[in-house]
Design a protein around this ligand. Structure first.
Ligand code: 5GP
Ligand code: ZN
Length: 113
């Protein structure tokens, strides 16, 4: 999608601190990290939010989770980490291209909100 910030990052039109890339998945560090390690894992395909996910995307979303876990391990988050999808306005979603936050490197405390 031409007007989407994260599509522009995937295309290289906006610079980002890339952590990982393959044919389907792109990962990069959050510009405003909320923990010592904070990166985003996204599908290259534009999907606005979780309501856009259908059966055709099940493999892709599964891969997103697997790659996220592998990258967390690579980043040395051996003590654990938090995985967040902010979804929709009430969920605090700001960028409407699905992204999985991975945060770690400190003790993360609740509540979730
Ligand atoms: P959301 O609230 O939509 O789940 O989170 C969007 C995230 O994208 C925020 O944590 C924000 O800091 C991050 N972000 C917004 N613009 C940019 C950008 O241009 N580059 C990077 N690397 N992260 C961004
Ligand atoms: Zn997009």
């Amino acid at each position: 999608m031409s007007d989407c910030l994260f599509c522009k990052i995937v295309a290289g039109d906006i610079p980002a601190d890339k952590v990982y890339e393959d044919d389907d998945v792109f990962a990069f560090r959050d510009i405003s990290p909320q923990a010592p390690t904070h990166f985003l894992v996204i599908p290259k395909k534009h999907l606005s939010d979780l309501s856009a996910v259908n059966e055709d995307h099940e493999k892709l979303i599964g891969k997103l989770v697997r790659i996220g876990a592998e990258l967390a391990a690579q980043e040395g988050l051996d003590g654990g980490y938090r995985v967040i999808f902010n979804n929709g306005p009430d969920g605090g979603q700001i960028v409407y291209h699905i992204h999985m936050h991975i945060l770690g490197g400190r003790q993360l405390r609740g509540p979730l909100g």
